[in-house]
Design a protein. Structure first.
Lengths: 212, 443
């Protein structure tokens, strides 16, 4: 009987303890007001501290993010700058290329009256044109030969042809394939300056380059 | 015995005598036919005074009179064009065909010789139901002899044809050569905005546009039968030759690499010479009428261009700068022998061989001015025909070799002019806007 009873008592006590303990939880211990205030202050401080820590952490995180963002921006900026530079370089090359191409078609070479021989300045310009053709191996051109209005129109067709051929031969001698260059003569029929003056005539005696 | 030889001698003598008598009778008549009227070796030395009074007209109505006057004027203009005649002023005439009639029996030739006429043309116009019946007579006023008498019938728009036909008869009678009044002149004009090819009658009438391609068209040339025209055209953006049939309005291109220019038809065959630069250098080739190469004629490094044929078709004169400057050469087609003709100046181009065969006209530059010259076919007797009249280019002979058509900028713009082969009577042929170039006279 005693064992049973001891057993029964322990169980009862533990059950009661459990109840008491749980009861304790929901029931705050009674304290004094200063203790309560202290406890509250401590708790507030703890909360503040935690808050501060959290804030600092957030701050740190924000700073880190900020740094990261700035780094990214910086990288982006650098990348944009590189691209910009590359683009400008490409543009400049394109521009130079376009200028070179415009010069190729826009700068005629000129001849003396009744002559189809090349002057020194014409030879220099032809060297530039030959160089351009060498660096643009896919380009095919036609050289037009022209004369001023004086003299017989049919004879001027023959003379214009001579001028175009002379210019072509010079460029071919500088290493450009002959098959890339065609020639045609317009004689005196297509002047750039229709007036009848020395100035106009010298502008009309020309070989003109056209890209096919 | 004396008798037999005597008879024989008498027999022979009488035959000889009769032959002499016959020839005396026949020869002067023939000689008179050629020598009396126009000296074809120099027809412009003295113009023959000719009177052309207003045609007699029947019925005597105002419209008939108007047509009579028109025909008279046309006849006078057409003959005056040749440069052979001095047209006497109608105001000086003593007689009137309405009163005197038109046939030799009724005319008083003294009234015509009195005013200085050596030749007289009388015309009679009769209009029946709008049909024109025209009688035309050419008289030698000193002898009263009828030289040419013709009768024609036609409608109002046949007027020009009738007059031209009669003029052809007159010229043939007076010079022994055919008249050129059915010939045409082809030329270039830019008044439409582009250089296009045009044709007109020998006197500038009836201008017709031949090309309408709005490109650049140059250097037209007639075939001997007037059936074909050849010219340079840029319709494919390069100087090609186009050989065009006038009647059927179709043609072929000669479109070799380089330039295809200055075509010139053979004087009696459908072949032409032209300058092609297909070998990289301007050379002269002989082509068929359909543009196929028969053979290459020149073989030098210079520019060879501007062929023109001798009337017998055996030689060409052409321009070459093989000497360093543009000069005129003659080459025989068969043998290929070449001879240089010009040595003066440094720019002699545009040669044209006279249909008479004896002279070559060309354009020569002196001190930046261009003038027309003629010379013999050996280069001698060079004569300058234009002077101090700015630039004169592209000479071309009339079919009888007596006149030359050419272009001149004497009045500022380039226009077509005609002159005699001696450089006299220079006058403008056409009045068109824009400028005209490169005339070429057909047969």
């Amino acid at each position: 009987m005693t064992r049973k009873r001891i057993f029964f008592c322990i169980a009862l006590v533990s059950i009661m303890a459990i109840f008491v303990l749980s009861g304790c939880r929901s029931q705050p211990a009674v304290k004094t007001p200063s203790a309560i205030a202290e406890q509250e202050a401590a708790e507030r401080a703890k909360i503040e501290a935690e808050k501060r820590i959290r804030a600092e952490e957030a701050q740190r995180r924000k700073q880190a993010a900020e740094i990261q963002r700035k780094k990214q921006i910086e990288e982006q900026r650098r990348r944009i700058a590189r691209e910009e530079a590359a683009r400008r370089a490409a543009e400049r090359r394109e521009h130079e290329d376009r200028e070179a191409r415009e010069r190729f078609v826009g700068t005629d070479i000129y001849f003396d009256y009744n002559e189809s021989t090349l002057r020194w300045d014409s030879q220099e310009e032809l060297k530039i044109k030959a160089e351009w053709m060498r660096t643009h191996p896919d380009v095919e051109i036609v050289i037009e030969g022209h004369c001023d209005e004086r003299g017989s129109a049919p004879y001027n067709i023959a003379l214009g042809e001579r001028r175009a051929e002379t210019a072509k031969n010079f460029i071919v001698d500088l290493g450009v394939e002959a098959e890339r260059i065609g020639t045609v003569s317009f004689g005196e029929e297509r002047p750039v300056d229709p007036r009848s003056s020395e100035e106009a005539w010298s502008k009309n005696r020309r070989a003109h380059f056209v890209i096919k | 015995m004396m008798r037999a030889p005597d008879l024989k001698v008498k027999y022979v003598l009488s035959i000889i005598l009769s032959l002499i008598l016959v020839s005396v009778c026949v020869l002067p008549a023939k000689a008179q036919r050629v020598i009396d009227y126009i000296d074809i070796s120099n027809p412009f030395l003295r113009k023959i005074p000719i009177a052309i009074p207003v045609f007699r007209y029947m019925p005597e109505t105002q419209p008939t009179e108007k047509i009579a006057r028109e025909m008279t004027g046309l006849l006078s203009e057409t003959l005056e064009f040749t440069g052979f005649f001095k047209m006497l002023n109608k105001k000086a005439f003593l007689d009137n065909l309405q009163k005197t009639g038109i046939s030799g029996s009724s005319l008083n030739f003294q009234n015509w010789t009195a005013i200085g006429a050596e030749l007289l043309i009388t015309g009679g116009l009769q209009i029946q139901n709008k049909l024109l019946i025209v009688e035309l007579r050419l008289f030698d006023t000193f002898s009263g002899r009828l030289l040419v008498g013709k009768k024609y019938k036609g409608w109002n728009n046949d007027m020009r044809k009738i007059i031209r036909r009669f003029c052809n008869e007159i010229i043939e009678r007076l010079t022994g050569n055919k008249g050129f009044f059915n010939s045409e002149i082809v030329f270039v004009s830019n008044h439409t905005g582009n250089k296009e090819i045009f044709i007109c009658d020998f006197d500038g009438h009836n201008v017709k546009q031949i090309t309408k391609n709005r490109s650049i068209n140059l250097s037209p040339s007639w075939s001997y039968d007037k059936e074909w025209l050849a010219y340079t055209s840029y319709t494919k953006n390069k100087p090609d030759l186009y050989i065009r049939n006038m009647g059927k309005k179709r043609g072929v291109y000669v479109s070799f690499k380089g330039h295809n220019i200055t075509p010139s038809w053979h004087p009696s065959r459908l072949e032409l010479a032209a300058a092609l630069s297909k070998v990289g250098n301007s050379e002269i080739y002989l082509l068929t009428g359909s543009g196929k190469i028969i053979k290459r004629l020149t073989f030098d490094w210079g520019i060879d261009v501007f062929p023109t044929w001798s009337p017998d078709g055996k030689k060409i004169a052409f321009v070459s700068n093989r000497s360093g400057n543009a000069h005129i050469y003659i080459q025989e087609i068969e043998s290929g022998d070449v001879k240089r003709l010009t040595y003066e100046g440094n720019y002699n181009v545009s040669p044209s061989w006279s249909p008479k065969g004896d002279r070559i006209a060309f354009c020569g530059r002196t001190n930046d001015r261009f003038d027309i010259f003629v010379m013999n076919t050996d280069g001698s007797r060079k004569m300058q025909l234009t002077r101090n009249t700015k630039n004169n280019e592209s000479p071309s002979w009339s079919p009888d070799g007596n006149l030359i058509v050419f272009s001149s900028t004497r009045n500022g713009k380039s226009r077509i002019y005609v002159m005699t082969s001696y450089g006299t009577d220079q006058r403008q042929l056409l009045s068109l806007p824009g400028e005209q170039f490169e005339p070429s006279w057909s047969r």
